[in-house]
Design a protein. Structure first.
Length: 370
């Protein structure tokens, strides 16, 4: 593990203690006239033991479903901290113009509504996809303009399934995409919920003239990659596992396994037997090798994995970890895209990020139809 990852873990543990402290102080403030000194002390100690205990048990993986509970509690602590700090700032600024007692009471009344609003917004962001359009021109000829529908990180599971797949199929149909590309984390660790909720007919609705292609991400390699591969294939999706494909002599499509597969071939190795004079599109779940890929004859790379942090301020962490953690950047002749994903990880909440689908219009250099 790199040193920066240890730093991130240490910062996260410290932040947890700060959030617990802020939550305890918030409870003392909201019920200041009802809690005695002993009650406040017991509440504070209880909160530290409860939250740190749940996190410790989660890290020990004694009871796997505890992960979602601990994630939800962490987000609740975070949101409480956001609102509490906002109230403190408003009080400090507002007491100059308003009666402090009245202002304090008003903030207490508004507090639960603010918390509910923030929770509602985060759920809305998780389930309401936005469509982002890009237009790029490659430095290689392309027979015909190409419209790519790109969607990553569906995390199909208990909380994200058939309805979201139907919505995605409608988006792709309305956008009239030529090809659908899915760079990893299609399932949320396994196919249990996928099978239980009979999602295959809904996933099979994803169709495009040039086909639907996917690669496997880290969550697809947690011991169930063969089952996930089988289910995707049966739904009509071509899964590329460290292999390349010539799509109608227009462009080359390369799909890599996630880097959890330690012995996966390098991208340079995958390029050895392909025609690099026509456009090359790479599906690589994690954007960890963008710097290296910018030196190769890759024209487009599509990645996901980061979720744009999913919940602020985690996006600050992803910015530290990746050259490009979200969005689009052209480096040399390559066009690199990292999506925040269509689904979510753990809990159905997003703040500072939103579910999204990318529509990428591609033209070639000196193409007759350009």
């Amino acid at each position: 593990m790199e040193y920066r990852h240890y730093i991130i873990i240490a910062v996260a543990i410290f932040a947890l203690q700060v959030f617990i402290y802020i939550t305890a102080r918030t409870i003392f403030w909201l019920w200041s006239d009802k809690l005695s000194f002993k009650a406040k002390r017991a509440t504070g100690i209880g909160l530290y033991l409860l939250f740190n205990g749940i996190i410790a048990l989660t890290l020990l993986r004694i009871y796997p479903p505890l992960f979602r509970i601990s994630a939800g509690l962490l987000v609740l602590l975070l949101f409480i901290s956001f609102i509490s700090l906002s109230c403190l700032i408003l009080f400090r600024l507002g007491k100059v113009w308003f009666n402090p007692h009245t202002l304090n009471l008003s903030l207490k009344i508004a507090y639960p509504f603010a918390l509910i609003s923030l929770l509602s917004l985060s759920i809305y962001n998780a389930y309401t996809p936005k469509i982002i359009h890009y237009n790029i021109t490659l430095n290689k000829p392309l027979k015909h303009p190409l419209r790519i529908g790109m969607v990553s990180d569906l995390h199909l599971g208990i909380l994200f399934g058939a309805n979201q797949l139907d919505k995605l199929a409608n988006i792709m149909q309305q956008q009239q995409v030529d090809i659908i590309l899915m760079p990893g984390d299609i399932m949320d660790d396994n196919v249990d919920a996928y099978l239980a909720q009979n999602m295959q007919p809904h996933l099979a609705k994803l169709t495009a003239p040039l086909g639907v292609y996917a690669t496997l991400g880290n969550h697809d390699f947690f011991g169930h990659d063969q089952a996930i591969y089988r289910e995707l294939t049966q739904a009509g999706i071509k899964v590329l596992r460290d292999e390349s494909l010539n799509v109608q002599n227009q462009f080359i499509l390369i799909g890599r396994n996630d880097d959890l597969v330690r012995d996966r071939p390098s991208t340079a190795d995958l390029l050895q037997d392909v025609n690099t004079h026509i456009p090359i599109i790479l599906l690589d779940h994690r954007p960890t090798e963008i710097t290296q890929h910018a030196q190769l004859p890759i024209d487009i790379q599509l990645s996901g994995h980061t979720h744009k942090g999913q919940i602020f301020p985690a996006n600050l962490i992803t910015k530290m970890m990746y050259v490009l953690d979200y969005g689009y950047q052209q480096i040399n002749q390559g066009h690199f895209f990292v999506s925040s994903g269509y689904g979510f990880w753990g809990i159905p909440m997003r703040l500072g990020s939103q579910s999204e689908v990318l529509i990428i219009d591609v033209k070639g250099k000196n193409s007759a139809e350009n």
